[in-house]
Design a binder for this molecule. Sequence first.
Ligand code: 5GP
Length: 192
Amino acid sequence: MNPVSFEPKQMDHVQIGERRFVKLLSSEKIQARITELATAIREDYSDKDPLFIVVLNGAFMFAADLIRACELDCEIQFIRLASYEGTTSSGVVQQIIGMQIPVAGRHVIVVEDIVDTGRTMDAFTRDIQESHPASISVVTLLLKPETLEYPFESAYVGFEIPDAFVIGYGLDLDGRARHLEDIYQLEDEEQA
Ligand code: 5GP
């Protein structure tokens, strides 16, 4: 049997339908930052048995890499809150898959892919507070400071990025592009 040859694609752009996306963050850069975030979380939570709450779908890849790198005794709960339709927010924060593990008295770390207006995290962290956790913090891979409209305080932010729609590394456009290991941003149509 012939060996399978595999050459990873070093793409600098991705085309989805009419839309063209250009590379914003390479997988090397993402992984290096995850190592730093994991080190900080391990130091802060080494004696706390944290409960990670992973926000599906976008955070699945980030959470898998981050939580492994943390090397902490922990529990993991997956939830699904809201979905974007196309490239704009539907404006609704819904809980589709809900919490099963009790939160009272737990040190909760919410794992999110991206904070845009901050509406999702503001609503969800307030929901969680009502169940009386011992503490709650948010780790987000990406934050768009220019579009933030709701209060957002987080000890752990991977990258602050410009106000542009991004895909890859878990983030999708209508279900596509989640599998990409790099992150791409929608190209400004005037520059295209
Ligand atoms: P927020 O409630 O902070 O406005 O939006 C948070 C959610 O919107 C994220 O969990 C993510 O699902 C989605 N979102 C916000 N910005 C982007 C983006 O640039 N790309 C993708 N794919 N999703 C985004």
